[in-house]
Design a protein around this ligand. Structure first.
Ligand SMILES: [Zn+2]
Length: 121
């Protein structure tokens, strides 16, 4: 599977049951500031490895956090996120350049035989 840097895994909201399980598993501790989260209502499920950095929606990649902390984290990540996008674009561009076949190169539809004759593969 090729990774398209422009298609980020969409954020999948947890069901109430999943949220509760996550909350219990982490003993109601915010994964960002380490303090107790006051009730399930305040809880925000946070992606430990952000989706934009190849994280996924699996339970192992999620932890409860205060909505306030999650917002702060997103804000702090913004410059890094932008940098990541630049890098992704660079790689994407480099990849695209590579997919352009060289005349008679290995990726070309045609190949040059030893005697110089060009034949279709
Ligand atoms: Zn917190």
């Amino acid at each position: 599977m090729t990774h398209d840097p422009y298609s980020v895994t969409p954020r999948k909201p947890l069901t109430d049951k999943q949220r509760l399980q996550l909350f219990i598993r982490h003993q109601g501790i915010c994964c960002l500031c380490g303090l107790k989260i006051d009730g399930v209502k305040e809880m925000w499920d946070e992606h430990i490895n952000p989706l934009w950095r190849d994280g996924d929606n699996e339970a192992e990649n999620r932890a409860p956090a205060h909505a306030k902390c999650a917002r702060l984290k997103t804000k702090q990540e913004a410059p890094e996120r932008a940098k990541g996008r630049d890098v992704a674009e660079f790689h994407f561009g480099a990849k695209r350049a590579k997919t352009k076949p060289m005349p008679c190169g290995r990726r070309s539809r045609f190949k040059k035989k030893m005697n110089g004759e060009v034949v279709e593969r």
